[in-house]
Design a protein around this ligand. Structure first.
Ligand SMILES: [Zn+2]
Length: 149
């Protein structure tokens, strides 16, 4: 038996799906929600701040902020094979936040990316068993993707 917790962060991020047959090929953005699902055993150390928790929610939030939000919030995520966009972005001053990625930035691929960004940082100082089991990504209120290892 393990306990599961979930915590999310939201970002305002631009993207496009260059090969898409319809409107997703256009430059646009979403209010993404990246929700980490963590399972494990609760901290069993008398007097510890995290006693009875898997990990402090605020620590999960800090990890999501540092490794997901602060990288792609108010940024445009672009596939490094999207020559058209990369050529156009060369016209922008360097302070514009362009994040090049080696994959087409679909919700599915962003879920895997965020999982890999966050997973190595999910731990406490107490050595309790903890694992990021999934990263759920909401692209629109009707559309979610999930990456599980
Ligand atoms: Zn989109």
């Amino acid at each position: 038996m393990t306990t599961i917790i979930r915590r999310f962060v939201e970002t305002d991020t631009g993207h496009r799906v260059p090969n898409h047959k319809s409107k997703c090929q256009h430059m646009h953005g979403h209010r993404y929600r990246f929700e980490a699902e963590i399972e494990g055993d609760v901290v069993d150390v008398d007097g510890a701040s995290e006693q009875g928790m898997l990990i402090d929610f605020s620590d999960v939030s800090a990890i999501l902020n540092e490794y997901v939000h602060d990288i792609i919030d108010h940024a445009f995520v672009v596939y490094d094979g999207d020559e058209l966009l990369l050529e156009m972005f060369k016209l922008l001053p360097p302070e514009h936040r362009i994040v090049k990625v080696p994959f087409i930035p679909t919700a599915e691929n962003l879920a895997k990316w965020a999982y890999e960004q966050v997973a190595p940082h999910i731990r406490t100082a107490y050595g309790n068993k903890l694992r990021l089991v999934a990263m759920h990504v909401r692209e629109t209120p009707k559309s979610w993707a999930c990456w599980r290892e």
